[in-house]
Write a protein that binds this ligand. Structure first.
Ligand SMILES: [Zn+2]
Length: 413
């Protein structure tokens, strides 16, 4: 058995050496965060700016400089007043001190400008764990919340990022800085009060090296959401299946139940229950915005299937002319607005001019429930207890002890 794990290790980790972005270990490498997407030009300023690209090696601008970087016909142009430097290639590496762009101070990092086309590029920062979590934690959980909840969030967030890094080994970045991954906002850290930064530093020091791993010894994809509404959900019961991104095909399958957690803690959240009324016209407009061929006046939305947690999995939008449109309830939620239909743990009430959604929780329901973690912490739970409750299939390890990936894999036997 052990030989199989070692063989798997060689296959998995042996390939890292061939990658253009060498990743020494999935547990300690910098995290590549996409900060800006599809820009044509950015203005950057900072001290000791340094640029590295094909045909432009280690060009250093001394003292404080402001430059404009743009991409034109597969070339990088770096302008400072009337001087222009040029570089070729897919990427341009930028580093410096006290770097600012888009009018915001940026975290200490190496920045890679990664070409998307001949005319546009993404800005990706290579961030150390501590810096990454300093920008994630205050964006994803109020810093005023109990320490144990913040500690659990720190471990969940780093596990999530490292799991995404494994999945995106061949792409230009590991995680996005938006809600598409988890929010990284450096200014929420720079604006924090001194005592809040101290609290954050304590949380990051306590959880240093702590990471959740799955049965294969890899970083665990630790999803989390705001409020599970009293019962968590499994990832496979929420999102689309391969080949059908909107869930337009009727799915006859067995929903998995193993790993669902019943949660009495978030029921203490006063916003756990919600109601939202939506008119036929609003539904019509939202649905047609995405499904352009859907014609007819909407007169019903039916829940077609529910997962064992009670969440709507697929819904059907029905028009007066008899046309029906099947979609994932998550897609429907997205069309109406995530902040309006706050979860898919809802019941629908019919009225003459529209529908009322009565639900519980806020978010997809997968993984750690943040409000649940908060009330667990207020009741004296440690971050280890919070994590083991919401991630029953994951194991918490210290990556500084298990520094070699092989020992992580072998020890999971
Ligand atoms: Zn909950």
């Amino acid at each position: 058995m052990r030989l199989i794990y070692i063989f798997a290790f060689v296959l998995l980790y042996g390939s890292f050496g061939q990658s253009k972005n060498l990743r020494k270990s999935p547990l300690t490498a910098p995290i590549r965060v996409r900060l800006l997407r599809a820009r044509r030009a950015i203005e950057m300023d900072g001290f000791d700016l340094r640029f590295d690209g094909d045909s432009l090696s280690s060009s250093v601008l001394p003292i404080h400089s402001t430059v404009e970087i743009s991409r034109l016909r597969s070339e990088w142009l770096i302008r400072k007043n009337h001087r222009v430097w040029r570089a070729h290639g897919q990427s341009l590496v930028v580093s410096g001190e006290m770097l600012e762009f888009e009018k915001n101070l940026q975290p200490p990092a190496t920045y890679v400008l990664e070409a998307r086309s001949n005319a546009s590029f993404d800005v990706v920062a290579d961030l150390r764990r501590k810096v990454y979590l300093e920008g994630v934690l205050p964006s994803e959980m109020p810093i005023t919340w109990p320490v144990a909840a913040l500690e659990a969030q720190a471990v969940a967030s780093i596990s999530y990022a490292r799991a995404q890094a494994l999945r995106h080994e061949q792409s230009g970045f590991d995680v996005d800085s938006s809600i598409n991954s988890q929010v990284f906002n450096w200014s929420s850290y720079t604006r924090a009060l001194t005592r809040e930064r101290r609290k954050l530093a304590h949380v990051l020091a306590i959880t240093r090296g702590q990471i959740l791993i799955n049965k294969r010894g890899q970083p665990y994809l630790a999803y989390f959401d705001s409020d599970c509404g009293g019962v968590t959900e499994l990832a496979q019961n929420v999102w689309a299946r391969p080949g059908d991104p909107t869930g337009s095909k009727k799915i006859v399958h067995h929903f998995s139940k193993k790993g669902i957690v019943y949660d009495q803690y978030c029921l203490l959240n006063p916003h756990n229950r919600w109601h939202y009324f939506v008119t036929w016209r609003q539904i019509q407009r939202a649905v047609r915005g995405e499904f352009h061929n859907f014609r007819g006046e909407v007169r019903n939305v039916k829940v077609v299937s529910r997962s064992p947690s009670g969440r709507a999995y697929q819904v059907e939008v029905v028009a007066v002319n008899g046309r029906q449109l099947l979609m994932l309830s998550q897609i429907f939620r997205q069309l109406i607005g995530y902040g309006r239909i706050r979860s898919t743990l809802f019941k629908i009430k019919h009225f003459r001019n529209g529908l009322e959604f009565d639900g519980r929780g806020f978010g997809h329901g997968v993984g750690m429930c943040q409000h649940g973690a908060r009330f667990m912490a207020l009741n004296g739970a440690t971050y280890q207890q919070i994590l083991s409750r919401y991630y029953p299939e994951a194991r918490l390890i210290n990556s500084r002890v298990h520094s070699a990936p092989i020992s992580v894999i072998a020890s999971s036997e």
